[in-house]
Design a binder for this molecule. Structure first.
Ligand code: ITT
Length: 207
């Protein structure tokens, strides 16, 4: 079997770094969709799975390559699962201008202000969708969750997004304080990718 090449349907630098490292342990070669000038997909799904499929289809359409997309985010129990699929745009302004990770984090902290640990439970969720081609009627989809607690102040400088606020009781630190390889082993993204690779393997799409 020739070395498979997949396009990664993401423009998020933090995710792309993690995928580079995760795939370096495999025989699969990946390239970011920016190498093919893929325009951003319109993420108008109402779930992580729907948005992952939309992004994978878009990248497969513009590149002609099999595509993997990641739609992920943070679900906070006390906020009824928000920011959820809107995690990247949590603090966006009335004009829909995308906001920085820092301002999203500030908004989250202000909504949880004064709440005790027992009311700060949260999970990162990652849905990965693989499409053989743009018209693939059977995308391969895997979802994984990673549980933690939202800190009252940011800690650590590794990672991206909400990592400085995501405390892991069993590690005694925030996700942004973990080494990259540790995060990749235990995170929502790392777990979802292991599930996806196992499925692709069982379908004979990789070996
Ligand atoms: P692409 O769609 O181009 O992949 P995006 O940033 O718009 O990039 P999403 O819509 O999936 O991607 O939003 C994911 C957001 O969830 C991301 O911007 C972070 O705020 C947050 N997030 C997801 N995984 C995370 C992680 O591992 N660590 C910290 N924050 C994470």
């Amino acid at each position: 079997m020739t070395r498979p090449e997949f396009v990664i349907a993401s423009g998020n630098a933090g995710k792309l770094k993690e995928f580079q490292q995760l795939f370096s342990a495999t025989d699969i070669s990946i390239c970011p969709q920016s190498q093919y000038d893929v325009p951003e997909a319109i993420e108008d799904g109402l779930s992580f799975i729907e948005n992952a499929i939309i992004k994978a289809r878009n990248a497969a359409h513009y590149t002609g390559l099999p595509a993997i997309a990641d739609d992920s985010g943070l679900e906070v129990e006390a906020l009824n699962g928000a920011p959820g699929i809107y995690s990247a745009r949590f603090n966006e302004d009335a004009n829909g201008v995308r906001t920085s990770d820092e301002s999203n984090n500030e908004k989250l902290l202000s909504l949880l202000k004064g709440k005790p640990d027992a009311e700060r439970s949260a999970s990162f969720v990652c849905a990965l969708a693989f499409m053989r081609h743009e018209k693939d009627p059977s995308p391969v989809v895997c979802v994984a969750r990673w549980d933690g607690i939202i800190l009252p102040v940011p800690q650590g400088s590794n990672g991206f997004g909400y990592d400085p606020l995501f405390y892991l009781p069993e590690y005694g630190c925030a996700s942004a304080e973990l080494d990259r390889d540790v995060k990749n082993r235990i995170s929502h993204r790392g777990q979802a990718l292991q599930l996806l690779l196992a499925q692709l393997n069982s379908l004979g799409l990789i070996s």
